[in-house]
Design a protein around this ligand. Structure first.
Ligand SMILES: CC(C)(COP(=O)(O)OP(=O)(O)OC[C@H]1O[C@@H](n2cnc3c(N)ncnc32)[C@H](O)[C@@H]1OP(=O)(O)O)[C@@H](O)C(=O)NCCC(=O)NCCS
Length: 169
């Protein structure tokens, strides 16, 4: 199976914030943003693996900035690292200024997807070759994040999380 570059999975979704998608402060409802990110991440995982993919975990979401009604929001998702059947997807959220058109980063998130066959059993995915400095940084830290996610999900014993332990010992 040939390795791929993160850029091959890049998925960009741009959409408006409509009144039905806001909270009482007229900012984008968190669950709506989670759904948009899940869609973009799932397309990125599919582009990388060319398989059926399912969300295994939402590893991290930082709602750093509120996104007001009427904003133009861009969700940018890319596979940052693949393992055997799982893929870490890194998502950046950008908000476009109406007058200048400049984009400001509002939030970011990390999801894990797993490629599966028709019966839902995990299948292997291509490895990934990071190219840019940012892609290399995200690639390097991804194993640590995978171990943390597995420990929190009760699927790995803390003492087996060697990458995590290395941070503290
Ligand atoms: C995700 C799923 C396919 C994993 O199946 P499983 O039987 O646990 O299979 P495995 O234990 O072999 O795990 C498969 C891969 O997922 C990874 N994984 C599983 N849970 C994970 C978690 N919480 N965080 C990070 N990675 C996880 C494993 O480490 C493994 O990775 P690898 O093959 O790259 O080493 C299965 O749990 C599932 O189908 N879940 C429901 C998915 C779904 O419906 N999502 C939509 C939400 S409603």
């Amino acid at each position: 199976m040939n390795a791929k570059y993160p850029s091959e999975s890049l998925t960009t979704l741009t959409d408006l914030v409509l009144p039905s998608e806001t909270n009482p402060l007229n900012n984008l409802f968190g669950g709506e943003l989670l759904a948009r990110m899940d869609r973009a991440a799932s397309i990125a995982a599919r582009r990388h693996s060319r398989r059926i993919v399912v969300t295994a975990s939402v590893n991290h979401v930082a709602f750093n900035r509120a996104i007001p009604l009427g904003s133009v929001v861009t969700v940018e998702a890319k596979v940052s690292r693949s393992f055997k059947s799982s893929m870490e997807i890194y998502i950046d959220i950008w908000v476009e200024d109406r007058e200048s058109g400049n984009k400001t980063k509002a939030n970011e998130a990390i999801y894990t997807f797993v490629a599966v066959d028709d019966t839902g059993r995990p299948v292997e995915v291509p490895q990934i070759i990071p190219e840019t400095d940012l892609e290399k940084q995200r690639f390097e830290a991804a194993l640590r994040r995978k171990q943390l996610s597995l420990v929190l999900a009760g699927k790995m014993k803390p003492e087996e999380a060697t990458e995590l332990r290395a941070l503290f010992v």
